[in-house]
Structures are given as C-alpha cells and as structure tokens.
Ligand binder design. Sequence first.
Ligand code: NAD
Ligand code: IMJ
Length: 256
Amino acid sequence: MTGLLGGKTALVMGVANRWSIAWAIAQAFSREGARLVFTFQGERQEEDVRELAGTLAGSSVLPCDVSRDADLARLAESIQAEGLGLDALVHSIAFANREDLGGAYVDTARAGFALALEVSAFSLVAATRHLLPVLRPGAAVVTLTYVGSSRVMPNYNVMGVAKAALESSVRYLASDLGPRGIRINAISAGPIKTASARAIQGFSRILDVMKERSPLRRNTDPAEVADAAVFLCSPLARGITGEVLFVDNGFHIMGI
Ligand code: NAD
Ligand code: IMJ
C-alpha cells in the first residue's frame, strides 16, 4: 500500500506502443503502487499492449474500441465480473482523418468532423457513463488535451475543435460526477513525439520552437505528464476537479 496510488486500481485507455503517453502514465501509476487494467483498440495493437502490460505485475488487458457502445458495455461488465472497482480512469485517445490535419479548417467535411469529435471528445462522455457503476467514490478521471483547443495551431484544425469539446466535457462531467465524489480533469501536454505526432508534417520544427521559447527551455517529457496524472488521481488533488492543467514547460503563457 505504499506510494501515492497504493492499493488503487486504474484503467488506462490509449496505449498503442511504448511511446504512447498512456504508457508513461501506466508506468508512473505502477511505480506509485496502482494495479493496472489496459484496453487496446484493435487486433493490431493487442500483442504490443499485452507485451507492455506483461512488464507490470498484476495487470490485465481488455479490448475496447471507444466508438462502439457494445465494446464499452462489455468492458464495464468484464471489470465488474472480475470484482474490480476503479479508482482511476485514464482517457488518452484521439483520432481524426489524416486529410483533416492539414490545409484549411474550412475544408473539413461533415463526416471528418463527426469522426474526430466522436473518437476524441464524445468517447470521454461514453466511457465515463459506461464505467460509472464500477467507479468507486473518490475515483478520478484524467484525459489528455492540447493547447490547440483554445489557440489556432497550424494543421491541428478539427482536432482543436474536438479538444475544445473535450475540455468543455470535462467541466460538465465534473459538475455531474462531483456529488458522487468523483473528480475529472484534463492535462494539456506540450508536443511529444508519439505515433500520433510523428506523422505530422514539420513536427520536429515544432519541438525546436518549444525548446527555444518555453520558459523552461525544454521539450515536454512524457514522464512529466505522467507524474501530473499521478498527482491528479491521488488524494493530493482531492480539491481539484473540472480543471485543465498545463504540463508544457510553461509554453502556453508566452505571447510572441
Ligand atoms: P498515441 O497514438 O500513442 O495514442 C493515441 C491512442 O488513441 C492510441 O492508443 C489509439 O489506439 C487510441 N485510439 C484512437 N482511436 C481509438 C478508438 N476508436 N478506440 C480506442 N482507442 C482509440 O498518441 P499520444 O500522443 O500518446 O496520444 C494520446 C493523447 O494525448 C491523445 O488524446 C492526444 O490528443 C493527446 N496529446 C498528445 C500530444 C502529443 O504531442 N503527442 C500533446 C497533447 C495531447
Ligand atoms: C497533430 C496534428 C497537427 C498538429 C499537431 C498535432 N501538433 C501536435 C499534435 C502541433 C502536438 C499531436 N496532438 C496534440 C494530437 O492530438 C494528435 C492527434 C491525432 C494525430 C493523428 C495522426 C495520424 C492520423 N490521425 C490522427 N488523429 C489525431 O491518421
């Protein structure tokens, strides 16, 4: 029972590989004494996620595509069947069509808008609702966002709009869940070279700019994001809900 999350069980959604922010969070949670349950999106990811989970004692792995209600319902049932209550839920999921992450936002098609908002924002609402019966009083939910929600970042386009919906959802969900003693917060992370970022044109240049202009003059380390997630899911953050916490070495405070 030692560590900031000693004796707690956390569900981590969004590990794809060892570069995923969700994996850094899982490792930090494990270090702090939490038992982990992972979900993976599709068969292609199952092997990788099982291999990573295998390195953390006592962890389990379940399938869940967040765009399918049946998957979310089955996930909640499996957790209930195993007699697991959840003390933490980590939502680290986003997706938009490649073609919508470039060019002009005005060209976003109806279907691309719907897909980005569904997977990247509504999934938090759906996951929280389905898992509510297994969330223990005192539980904490954490999601990942990006400053492109409130400021125009080149090429972020429909994902920026999805993150605005996600952050607003955090506030409305915090109001809904607060009376049950459940908190929900977002971490706004600086750019990190994961599979979701690597694909972006000019990403290395973005990292260079962060290093030059952020107050702490460095790039965001996934371990820094993970430690903030530990804090938000620990009793140390018992008075914090509905908040967006920036873990970006201060980049967002700067003007030009
Ligand atoms: P990642 O590619 O490792 O993680 C994204 C995850 O989303 C993957 O595990 C993928 O399987 C999952 N996913 C997508 N569609 C899904 C679906 N339908 N059902 C279930 N899972 C689905 O990349 P990451 O950078 O670790 O991204 C995690 C979160 O962090 C995202 O919300 C992202 O927007 C956010 N974020 C990333 C950065 C960055 O620079 N990398 C910065 C700020 C915020
Ligand atoms: C993504 C696109 C454009 C600019 C971007 C990003 N910047 C950063 C990201 C500056 C930091 C990464 N990020 C914060 C994301 O939320 C990424 C989401 C994402 C990435 C992809 C790439 C591959 C794909 N679909 C995606 N959907 C969402 O096909």
